[in-house]
Design a protein around this ligand. Structure first.
Ligand SMILES: O=C(O)CCC(=O)C(=O)O
Ligand SMILES: [Fe+2]
Length: 167
C-alpha cells in the first residue's frame, strides 16, 4: 500500500488493516530517520533534515502472506532480488524462511552461501536498498535475498519500503 496522504490511505487501504498499517508506517519514520543519520554519519556526511524527503519521502507498506506449500523445493516465496529503495524495515513472524546471500568478500564461513535470517521476537530486519548503495558509492551494499516456502507453516511478513520522493 503506497502512502501519499492520510485521507487517501483511509479511503483506499483495506478497512481491516488501514489504521494499524498507517500507525506503523508513521511511527517508523523517526526510526528510519535515526538509522539514516547514523549510516550517513558513519560516512562522514550529515543528514540535512530539510532534505529528508529526498531520501525517504516515499513510503510503502506491504503485507506478504506465504501459504504452506506441499512441495517447497518446486517453488519459491519471493525470487532472489535486492531491494531498490533507501531502507527497508521488515517485520517477520516466527517462521523464518528469509535468506540473504552472504557476500563473497567477507571473511566468514558461509561466504557466497544463502544464510537464513533467524526470526528474533521483537526484532526488525533492516535492508539497505540500491539507493543507499549508490549514494554511498557502494560502501553500503543492498544484500540479495530470497524467501523460501515451507510445507509446515504459512508465514506473514510486513516490510516498509522508504524511497526518495519522486520529485
Ligand atoms: O517476506 C520477506 O521476508 C521479504 C520480502 C521481500 O524481500 C520484499 O518484499 O522485498
Ligand atoms: Fe526484498
Amino acid at each position: 500500500m503506497a502512502y501519499t496522504n492520510d485521507d487517501e490511505a483511509l479511503q483506499q487501504w483495506p478497512v481491516e488493516c488501514r489504521d494499524v498499517a498507517l500507525q506503523y508506517l508513521k511511527t517508523s519514520h523517526e526510526m528510519v530517520r535515526k538509522l539514516l543519520e547514523a549510516l550517513l554519519g558513519n560516512l562522514g556526511a550529515e543528514l540535512d533534515d530539510s532534505k529528508i524527503d529526498a531520501f525517504i519521502g516515499k513510503k510503502m507498506v506491504n503485507m506478504n502472506f506465504y501459504l504452506t506449500c506441499p512441495n517447497p523445493e518446486l517453488t519459491i516465496g519471493v525470487g532472489r532480488h535486492s531491494d531498490m529503495d533507501t531502507l527497508t524495515i521488515l517485520l517477520q513472524d516466527g517462521i523464518g524462511s528469509l535468506y540473504i546471500k552472504a557476500p563473497q568478500v567477507v571473511n566468514m564461513e558461509k561466504k557466497g552461501e544463502w544464510v537464513e535470517i533467524p526470526p528474533i521476537s521483537g526484532a526488525l530486519v533492516i535492508n539497505i536498498g540500491y539507493m543507499l548503495q549508490i549514494w554511498s558509492n557502494g560502501r553500503y551494499k543492498s544484500a540479495e535475498h530470497i524467501v523460501r516456502t515451507t510445507s509446515t507453516k504459512s508465514r506473514v511478513s510486513i516490510p516498509i519500503f522508504t524511497s526518495p520522493q519522486p520529485t
